[in-house]
Design a protein around this ligand. Structure first.
Ligand SMILES: *Cc1c(COP(=O)(O)O)cnc(C)c1O
Length: 421
């Protein structure tokens, strides 16, 4: 199959120090009868082979020990979420006390807003990114209604530069200057799901704090994709899912960050459950809730062990590869992708995603002029698994843990042929 791949592309793959990580994953071998090119890690990350081992360990423990598995075995279930803490904290640039893995993403956004969305009549608005993921909008609108505000008045959506899908730094600054005194909280996708824009979270947090605004972020498309430094940036809270770049399986658990300036404050309102209760006294089953200091104090339920077992396998890989190395390869993959797409003749391709590397992660969204879904069907029948957004946008994610430069080259050839057929 590799006879028509340019040797310089093959060389880049051969010299890629992360190339062996591809073997740590189960990759779909074929799609529509063709060798599969998987470029959809922004939607569902692939399965780490070791996930089986971690899950099997817990299945066997359950079979052999029943309830005793809570206290015994290599990874007792009682503190199981703690086995994820160190690597999760590292991944998002947090202190261990500031993170916990629990629930699903939208659920966590609501729980966090219980604590951090504290509207007042003259300061109740929420600042969101341009074109946010629908679930975030639904969550925010329902929070506004819950507090008695009109969602049409309560949401300020950043606006892109004319003729683009990208919000400039100047626009963000101007928006804070104009509306800052009315805004209670931001909830901005660190990387936007559609355009792939990587927002300057450090700067947004600074501006937010100047206007006494809580800086919250949704990191569904950022965690495991771009370098994050949540503690040092001073972010107030964040949440993300783990089935996209974090490869932890469909519907897998969400991670939460709560800055340690808040994580111990017992006067913040919160919805409570027994898993957030002080570990020493939890099983005394007393009537009074005593929260665990830190993000763990926001837990409600005892967590599902099997998805957490999958997550262990994935976090191991991130830990071994390191975000710095992954980011380097990610930039190289995206730059190659951009270059090859721009070389497709006929001016049919328009990049939606920012072209500067500091403004994007590993997702490239392209608009194909005058295209319709037939184009996408053509590339699908040639083996490409990507993502189509009506009316004319293809989103692909060259993921540094398992994609190759050859994948990118093959994709661009397939797209070129499909456009010119
Ligand atoms: C993927 C994604 C979601 C999905 O929410 P779930 O609660 O995990 O189903 C929400 N928000 C954003 C920004 C996403 O990218």
């Amino acid at each position: 199959m590799s006879q028509n791949i340019p040797t310089e592309i093959l060389h880049i793959d051969q010299n890629d120090s992360l190339r062996h990580f591809r073997n740590e994953f189960n990759l779909p071998e074929e799609f529509n009868g063709k060798p599969c090119i998987y470029l959809c890690g922004n939607s569902l990350g692939l399965q780490p082979k070791k996930a089986y081992e971690y899950v099997q360990l817990e299945m066997e423990k359950w079979a052999k020990m029943g309830v005793e598995g809570h206290m015994h075995g290599r990874y007792p279930w009682m503190p199981y979420h703690e086995f994820l803490t160190e690597k999760t904290a590292k991944l998002v640039g947090a202190r261990e006390k500031e993170v916990v893995v629990m629930n699903s993403l939208t659920v966590n956004l609501h729980l966090l807003m219980v604590s951090f969305y504290r509207p007042k009549p003259d300061k109740f608005k929420i600042l969101i990114e341009y074109n946010p993921f629908p679930s975030d909008r639904y969550a925010l609108e329902s929070q506004l209604r819950f507090h008695g505000y009109d969602p049409n008045e309560g949401i300020i959506e950043l606006q892109p530069d004319e003729g683009t899908d990208i919000v400039s730094r100047k626009t963000i600054k101007d928006t804070f200057e104009k509306y800052g005194h009315e805004i209670a909280m931001t909830l901005i996708g660190g990387v936007n799901y559609y355009s792939g824009q990587f927002y300057d979270m450090r700067q947004i947090t600074k501006w937010a704090h100047q206007y006494d605004i809580i800086a919250g972020f949704d990191l569904a498309h950022a965690a495991g994709n771009v370098p994050l430094d949540l503690h040092d940036w001073g972010v107030d809270f964040a949440a993300w899912c783990s089935y996209k770049y974090l490869n932890s399986g469909p519907g897998a658990l969400s991670g939460v960050f709560i800055h340690d300036r808040h994580a111990n404050s017992l006067d913040l309102p919160r919805f409570a459950g027994w898993w957030g209760h002080d570990k020493e006294t939890r099983f005394k089953m007393g009537p009074d809730f005593v929260p665990i200091p830190g993000a763990e104090g926001w837990q409600l339920s005892n967590p599902p062990i099997l998805p957490m077992a999958c997550m262990q396998a994935s976090l191991d890989l991130f830990d071994r590869a390191g975000m710095d190395q992954l980011r380097k390869k990610s930039i190289a993959l995206s730059n190659l992708c951009e270059k090859l797409l721009k070389e497709i003749p006929g001016n049919k391709i328009e990049l939606i995603t920012p072209t500067k590397e500091e403004d994007r992660g590993c997702q490239i969204s392209v608009r194909v002029i005058n295209a319709d879904k037939k184009l996408f069907e053509k590339i699908s029948s040639a083996g490409v698994i990507a993502d189509w957004r009506e009316p004319d946008v293809i989103r692909i994610a060259p993921v540094p843990l398992y994609n190759t430069f050859e994948d990118i080259y093959r994709f661009s050839e397939i797209l070129k042929n499909a456009i010119h057929e």
